[in-house]
Structures are given as structure tokens and as C-alpha cells.
Design a protein around this ligand. Structure first.
Ligand SMILES: C[S@@+](CC[C@H](N)C(=O)[O-])C[C@H]1O[C@@H](n2cnc3c(N)ncnc32)[C@H](O)[C@@H]1O
Length: 295
């Protein structure tokens, strides 16, 4: 042991120490476990099996460095570089929003409304990590998709994730200010347009880990948080097929206002709210199947 090193620790003791160090986190035990698994390259079963073993000194030092980053509010996903979404692994960097489990309700809404075997054309506006597009292309094996973002760094992450998921051949990525650089596909528009745009009111107070680490361009959307929807809803009618499906995520408390905006752009469509796991309305769907959209 080096002179400056502390006492050696077993894996179990290191987990307990980690949870104490991360007491300010909402999930201290889980965070400590994920960080130690990352350092050891171990899964849960291996961690349990190695519980009484002494951690090698270099692993302990590496673990302590990761604990310090997490204690400074850095999200676990940025530390490990990975986040699961729709049971699929996505690489994440500080250039992209960390995929949120709540967004899975948009994927469920798509699956509930369209045949899984359909050869859909999909457009994801504000693709970020590519979690929505990647999940949709996995769930709809005959679909093809375009992911748009104004951040080139985010597009690089999304492209890499699509390749890792094995859907890269069915995905294209494009730098654009929302739909500005896009033409509708020949023979009609996209069958499915999805977006989780920024929707936080400027100046809103956010958890430290979000405010300090997540990209600002993925978060804020004007005084009422609705600016991105205003732009999208002016443009999407040109891009969505007459029988297409529009899926928009929103913040808690925004769904009624957003639904009113969506109805104005798609007056004939069937409009539904989408609910997250806590039964909060977190999205709006406009299904134009069998309707005339408003051009
Ligand atoms: C809330 S994040 C969502 C990312 C990803 N779809 C998800 O669900 O995790 C919004 C994304 O929209 C992108 N964005 C913001 N303004 C944009 C604009 N004007 N044009 C295109 N993309 C934009 C951001 O770079 C960010 O990646």
C-alpha cells in the first residue's frame, strides 16, 4: 500500500462507504454499486460473489475518484458513459440529455397505435442521444428513420448509438434547426414524427445535477417553456403524412396547453394524452389515421 493510501476495504465495505459518501444523492446505494461495478468491470452477481474480497488498491483509488465526481452532483450516466432506455444500452456524453425512463411512454404510445411490422418512415426532431429513434427502430424492425438535431456533437452520439444497436443502416442523421433543412419524403410525409424538445421555462430552478451538467440547449424553451412546440407545430404539418402519427413529450402540467396547440395544427386528428409511470400526463399524441390534416 502507498504511504498516502487509506486502509484497505472489502467490496462490501467499499459499497457501504460509497453509500455514505453519496448520502446527498436520491439513490446513494445504487449509485455506489453502479460506480464500483464500472471500476471492476463486474456485474451484480460478481459484485455479490466478491463481497468479502479486499479491493485492489488501484481499484479503490479509481472508485474514490468516481465517488468524488458523483458527490459533486455529476450524473452517474455521464460518469459511466452509458444509460439504459427501452432496455437498450445507449452511450451518453455531456453533449446529450440523459435518456429518461419517462420518455418510454412515447414508445409505448407508438406501439399501441401502429403495426410492429409496418414499414414506417420515422422522423425524430431533437434526436439527442438517439434514444427515441433507436428504440423505435428496434421496436419496428421494418421502419427507417431520420434524426435531426442542431448539435453536431449530439448527432455524432446518436449515429454511434444507432450503429451499436444494429439499426444504423436504417437511420440517417442531419443537422437542422428543427425541420428547416428537411423535405417530406417523396409520395407523402413521414409516417411517424416524434419529439422530446426542450420544454423547461427559462429561469426555472433545476436539480443541481441537471443544471450543472446537462446541455442547456436540451432544456430551456422560453418564458413559458412552449417555444419549441410553437416552432414544431408550425412546421410538422408539412412533414407528417396525411395518415401519420405525431408524438410529443412535454413536462408535467403542460399536456393540456400542448394539446390545445396540437389541435390547432391537426384539427381532424385524434388527440390523446400520454402518461408516465407515475400516471402524470407527459405527452400528447395526434393520430391522423383516417383523418384530414390541416395544411
Ligand atoms: C430534451 S433533448 C431530447 C433528446 C432526446 N430526444 C431524448 O429524448 O433524450 C432536446 C434535443 O433537441 C435539440 N434541439 C434544441 N433546439 C433545437 C433546434 N432548434 N433544432 C434542432 N434540435 C434542437 C437539443 O440539442 C437536444 O438534443
Amino acid at each position: 500500500m502507498s504511504p498516502e493510501a487509506g486502509p484497505s476495504l472489502s467490496v462490501d465495505a467499499a459499497l457501504r462507504k460509497g453509500a455514505r459518501t453519496l448520502a446527498a444523492s436520491p439513490t446513494p446505494g445504487l449509485d455506489a454499486r453502479v460506480l464500483l461495478k464500472t471500476v471492476l468491470g463486474a456485474d451484480d452477481a460478481e459484485l455479490i460473489a466478491r463481497g468479502a474480497q479486499v479491493l485492489p488498491e488501484d481499484a479503490l483509488r479509481a472508485y474514490e475518484r468516481l465517488l468524488a465526481r458523483r458527490a459533486a452532483a455529476e450524473p452517474v450516466a455521464y460518469i459511466t458513459g452509458e444509460k439504459e432506455f427501452w432496455s437498450l444500452p445507449f452511450r451518453v456524453t455531456p453533449d446529450v440529455l440523459i435518456p429518461r425512463e419517462d420518455s418510454e411512454c412515447l414508445i409505448e404510445a407508438a406501439i399501441a397505435r401502429r403495426d410492429r411490422a409496418a414499414a414506417l418512415s420515422v422522423l425524430d426532431l431533437g434526436v439527442g442521444s438517439g434514444c427515441l429513434l433507436g428504440a423505435l427502430l428496434s421496436a419496428f424492425p421494418n421502419a427507417e428513420g431520420v434524426g435531426v438535431d442542431r448539435s453536431e456533437a449530439a448527432l455524432a452520439v446518436a449515429r454511434d448509438n444507432a450503429a451499436r444497436l444494429g439499426v444504423g443502416a436504417r437511420a440517417r442523421f442531419l443537422a437542422s434547426d428543427w425541420g428547416a433543412a428537411l423535405k417530406a419524403p417523396p409520395g407523402g410525409g413521414f409516417d411517424l414524427v416524434i419529439s422530446n424538445p426542450p420544454y423547461i421555462r427559462s429561469g426555472a430552478r433545476l436539480p443541481r445535477s441537471v443544471a450543472l451538467y446537462e446541455p442547456e440547449c436540451a432544456l430551456f424553451a422560453g418564458a413559458d417553456g412552449l417555444d419549441a412546440y410553437r416552432i414544431l407545430l408550425a412546421d410538422v404539418p408539412r412533414l407528417l403524412d396525411d395518415h401519420g402519427l405525431l408524438l410529443l413529450e412535454c413536462g408535467d402540467g403542460q399536456a393540456d396547453g400542448l394539446a390545445e396547440m396540437v389541435i390547432k395544427s391537426f384539427p381532424g386528428a385524434r388527440i390523446d394524452h400520454v402518461f408516465d409511470l407515475a400516471a402524470r400526463a407527459r405527452g400528447v399524441v395526434a393520430d391522423c389515421a383516417g383523418t384530414e390534416k390541416n395544411h
